[in-house]
Design a protein around this ligand. Structure first.
Ligand code: 5GP
Ligand code: ZN
Length: 111
């Protein structure tokens, strides 16, 4: 049984793809909480940030840099979030980075 995001990688479940290469995929989150709300994943099934090899993380960084330039948010800014495990609020057990942008985001770690 493939996980939800592996099904999206396989295109068995449709998604709005924003950027794709042989190793990574970026698609729109189905439940948009900001003007731009994307998910970035490795195509390989890796459960969470705890298990990602550092070379895959480095390549994903390059993929994200290309994406943020393409969307013209590299200068205006954005937020990257990855939820890890139960306490982190992770609901899909395939590592994903939320990319939130397109507006001034509310601070959630400051008061
Ligand atoms: P998590 O809570 O694990 O950090 O994030 C999972 C995200 O996946 C949620 O923001 C949720 O809206 C998104 N999501 C859940 N099911 C689907 C789906 O079928 N398609 C897309 N594009 N996003 C989904
Ligand atoms: Zn998966």
């Amino acid at each position: 049984m493939m996980c939800l995001f592996c099904e999206i990688v396989a295109k068995n479940i449709p998604s709005k793809i924003i950027q794709e290469d042989k190793d990574f995929l970026c698609f729109e989150d189905i439940n948009q909480v900001a003007k731009i709300h994307l998910l970035i994943i490795p195509k390989q099934h890796i459960e969470s940030f705890e298990l990602i090899p550092s070379d895959v993380m480095a390549n994903m960084t390059n993929f994200i840099h290309k994406l943020t330039k393409k969307l013209f948010i590299n200068k205006t800014g954005y937020r990257l979030v990855t939820n890890i495990g139960d306490d982190g609020g992770q609901e899909v057990a395939h590592i994903h980075f939320h990319l939130l942008s397109g507006e001034k985001l509310k601070q959630i770690y400051k008061r």
